[in-house]
Structures are given as C-alpha cells and as structure tokens.
Design a protein around this ligand. Structure first.
Ligand code: PLP
Length: 408
C-alpha cells in the first residue's frame, strides 16, 4: 500500500483525546460519523475567545463587542469560502444540521406548500431529514414520497424521476448515508430536479468533512451540515441557501437581531442572514468552526479524502476475511463508513464487548429506522473513520471482532 501523504503519526498529536486508554487499552476511536474529535487549535480557540474578546455581538458599540462581531462575521466568510457560496449572506448559523433542516422544512412548507403538495426524500435519510417533514405534513397536509434504495444501497436516478409530479415542491436527500456510506449522485439529482423547476436540498452532514463541496457548481438550493462532525465544536451548524430561495422563506424563530423594526402591532424583519439568526448566536462556536475549517484546509481536503479512502479499502478487505461478516452497503462509491453484522451476534453485544477492548464503534439503527426496515434488519455495527485513524487501529478492530465472535 502507498505511503499516506499525511503524516498521521504527527497529526495524531493534534488530538489529545486519542492518547487515552479505555479499560486499560489504547482508545481506538471509530465513531467519527457520530462526532469527530477536535484538534488542539480548535480547543484553544474556544479558550482564546472567552479569554480575550468575549462580548455579545452585533448590539454593542464597545471594543470587545466589535471584536466578537468581527470574529463571528469572519467565520461566516470562512464557511462561505469553504463551500464556495457566492455570498456570505447565504450562510446562516444554526445549532446543527438538525435545526437547519427544521428551519427549511418549517419556513418552506408554511410559505410554499398547500395540502397535497409533495416532498421527495429517500429511504436512506437520517431522522433529521425525515421528522421535520413529517411535522410539517401534519400541519400543512403535504405528502412525503420516498425514493427506494437498491440492494447495494444506492439511489437510481430513474427512481427519483418516477416520483416527480406536478405537485413536487422540493427534493431533500443526504449527500452521504450515515449508515451505508453511499455517496449519492447529488449533482445529477439536483440537475434532474431543476429540469422540473424543483429546488433540491442536500444534507451534507456526512460529506462536508470528506468531500470538497462547491455549492455553486452543484447548484443546490439548500445545503445543511454540523460543525461537530467536521472537527469543530458542538452546538453549531450551517444552513446554506441560495439568496433567492432564502428571500422567499419567512423567519423560523422570532427574537432579537432578526428584526428591522418592532411595534406591538407589526414587526418588519432584518435582511439576510440575520433574518434567520434570532437571539444571541454562538459566536464562540462559529469562531471555533472557522478554526476547524482552517485545520482541514491546512491538511487539504483532497489529502484527507485519500487517507480515508485508504482506510475504507483496507478495512473492507480485512473485515471481509472474518467468517460470517456481512457488510451492509456495498456501493462502489462510498465514504469512510462501514456498517456490518457478524453471524447472528446482536450489534449491541458486539459494541459492548468491543468497548471493553477500547474500541469505540456505534451500534443500533443510527437514527435511520426506515432504512433498517427497508433492509429488514434491526440495526448494525458501524465503524466510521477519520483521517487520524490508522491501519493498526483497523487491525485492532478486526482482532477484536474475531475475539468477540469466538465468545458466541
Ligand atoms: C446524514 C445526517 N444528517 C443529519 C444528521 C444530524 O446531525 P446533528 O445531530 O449534528 O444535527 C446526522 C447526524 O448523525 C447525519 O448523519
């Protein structure tokens, strides 16, 4: 196998948590699709903001408030450039991908849908891209249509097209499945939607840390993701929307900063992006997210992707040598997520016993119960890799699985 372009041994020193032991064993952290670990530069940035510039933003004329405001707005530009948005006012800070989807579902359905109108989702969506639409279905009477998946865990363009009708108002789907690892053909689906004048929203929670994203080249109408899955802090997320799409949406929440003028009779709203940022935003989190993006850019997203692809292929090959191994999701286009089952062993038992060997994997339905139903299973064990993982850690996982399997 080729040498990695990234110096992983040195890079791991940036992540203090990785040096821990769990039950006396070196931690093998393979739950990166749930959340990634944070480099020291991000951890220190949080301390730096609180130690040097902390003040509420936008509303203050004083020095610290101006510095904190600048920091938050600079962070917006950092995100803008990372996803290649045309304008920084198309970048809305939220509390996470979940809130971003809720915002769009609520504001879009309230303003643009009538009973019987249709939203298209896929069978592999995370609950975060299902439940907000169901809530709106119960309020506005919209209909949800679901694109099925193939045996390999892929979406076929013709199946999407089949569901499109004159009532389709929006298509919303994951770029990368958090269970199957499948990288969906989002550019083609966006193009397809646009052929029918249908806007498309991309859930990039599992892609933005692995795959370079250019929202202008993709031409998506909305795109959402979370900071904590891309080496940034928890509690911060992004909603990207094309300016003309965001302009059509009414505010999601009311409160400070999102207004132009308030009387008890009538309120007029602020312009983008502030219209969607009611209350004090997490300016510490946004600043730390910008630091995480700088960290990713320093390593190079292409280099990160190459390293993660190596890990995916190495792990797939090694795991398949284990008797009784069944990998769930066998698309040829995958990100570094592997779901699997071993013989008849319950995923929870496997996860618990691996934990005692210091190996952190996720087990269960991964917030994708409809997908589990479609696959006819209750859950899986999921190992998900970040660039800081190593082949040795994968060897430890494989040895751990064999050991656990031997107990049953
Ligand atoms: C594909 C996908 N979408 C959305 C989410 C929700 O992200 P968050 O919980 O950070 O809002 C997740 C989290 O696992 C995810 O994997």
């Amino acid at each position: 196998m080729d040498e990695s372009i990234l110096d992983i041994k040195n890079i791991r020193k940036d992540f203090p948590i990785l040096t821990q032991t769990v039950y006396g064993k070196p931690l093998v952290y393979l739950d990166n699709a749930a959340t990634t670990q944070k480099p020291l530069s991000v951890i220190r940035k949080i301390e730096e903001v609180y130690s040097t510039i902390n003040a509420n933003i936008h509303r203050g004329v004083h020095h610290l408030s101006q510095l904190a405001t600048e920091s938050h707005e600079e962070a917006r530009k950092t995100v803008q450039h990372y996803i290649h948005a045309a304008n920084s006012n198309e970048v809305i800070f939220t509390s996470g991908a979940t809130e971003s989807v809720n915002l769009v579902a609520s504001s879009f359905c309230r303003s643009q849908c009538k009973p019987g109108d249709e939203i298209i989702l896929t069978a592999m969506e995370h609950h975060a891209n299902i439940i907000p639409w169901q809530i709106q279905r119960d309020i506005t009477g919209i209909v949800l249509k679901v694109v099925p998946i193939t045996e390999k865990g892929e979406i076929r363009l013709e199946d999407v097209e089949e569901l499109i009708s004159s009532k389709t108002k929006l298509i919303s789907l994951a770029h990368v499945s958090n269970v199957l690892g499948t990288i969906n053909p989002v550019a083609e689906i966006i193009q397809l939607g646009h052929n029918y004048n249908i806007p498309v929203m991309i859930d990039a929670a599992q892609s933005v840390q692995h795959i370079p994203i250019d929202v202008q080249a993709l031409d998506c109408d909305f795109l959402v993701f979370s900071s904590h899955k891309m080496y940034g802090p928890t509690g911060v997320g992004i909603l990207y929307g094309k300016e003309n799409q965001l302009d059509k949406l009414p505010p999601y929440q009311g409160g400070g900063e999102m207004i132009a003028h308030v009387t008890f009779e009538k309120t007029t709203f602020n312009e983008l992006p502030f219209k969607f940022e009611a209350g004090t935003p997490d300016y510490v989190g946004s600043t730390a997210l910008a630091e995480a993006i700088r960290y990713i850019e320093k390593l190079g997203l292409e280099n990160i992707r190459k390293q993660e692809d190596r890990l995916l292929h190495y792990a797939t090959e090694k795991l398949l040598q284990i008797p009784g191994m069944q990998i769930i999701g066998t698309s040829g286009r995958k990100s570094s997520v592997i779901s699997f089952l071993v013989g008849g062993i319950h995923p929870y038992d496997m996860g618990m016993l691996l934990d005692h060997l210091g190996i952190a994997v996720r087990t269960g339905h991964h917030c994708a119960q409809p997908l589990m139903d479609a696959l006819g299973i209750e859950g899986t064990i999921r190992a998900s890799f970040a660039f800081y993982n190593t082949e040795e850690e994968i060897d430890t996982l494989v040895a751990g699985i064999k050991r656990v399997a031997g107990m049953f």
